[in-house]
Write a protein that binds this ligand. Structure first.
Ligand code: KG4
Ligand code: ZN
Length: 349
């Protein structure tokens, strides 16, 4: 018998496999996060300078089941105590997603509990709910990851309006591509941030696109061209030493952070909200955190961050988003269905 049928509390198992992290978590809506396991494939992809989708899928297949066993053991949870399986259904690398989706749907079928298809970005957005002091709603969220840069009006869990997003590269991509041009290993964001700490941000003046225009759109693709030019010019002049590379890194970081901070403060002003949430991998950037906290304080806004390990991809955030969906009754039937008769107009309801 499922635990949910004799308890008002629910416990779910969550799987994340959208990119290069395999992760599993167990979450209880009374006791909170009971366990979370993560295996990063960084070492596997490093020699290629980026994520190789087919290798990612194959490695998820190898890692997910052992992680699942450990996560259940750490949470002192048996399958009969699980009331639902949340899995990342997208967006992400399709082969990688399918490994988690197939496992999630199979477990749901075997254990006779609902399968909950979770949107990866909703996971990032709700990650701060894992903290002791969760953010109130409504709030503005700055979602900055390797694939997305968005400002979102979050009215409540499950209710999102996009205020602005990037027209081309994401902020994380800008960090990663600049890092690659500086010869730093993948994933470049944290490496570039480390190098920037010893550099001077005012030696190179990189573009801050869209900053002088109204609105909440971003554009970061011009930055990599500017960085590439700076690296080439310095190499030609024979001054591409460690100090110069650190100065370029500091300049790039400053340009990205300046843009993110200015647009975020604009979104706060536009909505009149007093709460800001920063989510996604780039949210781990210390310089961005300091500047946003300072800017928001002046605007009378409080900033909430997930802890650093929950900024980047993890299954704990998928569990939180999955629990919100399960409680709202937004899940899939555990049975795999094929329908001999199916009215087209049912799709409209
Ligand atoms: O959210 P995430 O783990 O995966 C996606 O859903 O994309 O974000 C990964 C991105 C990468 O581009 C990575 O370089 C960047 O977040 N990142 C950082 C830092 N930590 C991770 N960028 C700048 N500074 C950091 N400390
Ligand atoms: Zn992510």
């Amino acid at each position: 018998m499922s635990r949910g049928s004799h308890s008002i509390y629910m416990r779910i198992l969550a799987l994340e496999s959208s990119c290069d992290e395999s992760a599993v978590a167990v979450y209880d809506d009374s006791a909170g996060l009971l366990s979370h396991e993560i295996y990063s494939q960084i070492d596997l992809h490093r020699i290629y300078g980026g994520v190789v989708p087919e290798l990612a899928s194959r490695d998820h297949v190898r890692r997910l089941l052992p992680l699942l066993k450990t996560a259940l053991a750490d949470a002192k949870t048996t399958p009969d105590q699980i009331d639902g399986i949340a899995y990342t259904a997208g967006p992400g690398l399709i082969g990688a997603l399918l490994t988690g989706a197939a496992l999630g749907r199979s477990l749901a079928y075997a254990w006779n509990v609902p399968a909950i298809a979770v949107h990866h970005l909703e996971g990032h957005l709700l990650a701060p709910l894992l903290e002791d002091e969760p953010p109130p709603f409504p709030h503005v969220a700055l979602l900055v990851s390797g694939g997305h840069t968005m400002l979102i009006d979050v009215a409540a869990p499950g209710s999102y309006a996009v205020l602005g997003e990037t027209r081309d590269d994401a902020a994380g991509e800008a960090f990663d591509k600049s890092a690659k041009l500086l010869g730093l290993p993948y994933p470049g964001g944290p490496e570039l941030a480390k190098l920037a700490a010893s550099g001077r941000a005012d030696r190179f003046d990189f573009p801050r696109p869209m900053l002088d225009r109204p609105g909440l759109e971003f554009s970061f693709s011009g930055l990599k061209t500017a960085v590439s030019l700076a690296v080439k010019e310095c190499a030609k002049a024979g001054v591409i030493d460690d100090a110069t590379r650190a100065d370029i890194a500091a300049g790039v970081q400053q340009a990205i952070v300046d843009t993110l901070v200015a647009k975020t403060l604009r979104a706060i002003e536009q909505t009149g909200y007093e709460t800001l949430v920063v989510a996604g991998g780039v949210g781990a950037n210390r310089h961005l955190r300091e500047r946003l906290t300072e800017g928001a304080r002046r605007a009378g806004t409080r900033v909430y961050y997930p802890r650093i390990e929950f900024c980047t991809d993890n299954a704990a955030m998928i569990a939180v988003a999955g629990m919100a969906r399960l409680k709202a009754g937004k899940f899939e039937s555990p049975a795999i269905r094929a329908r001999a008769t199916w009215s087209l107009t049912e799709l409209n309801t």
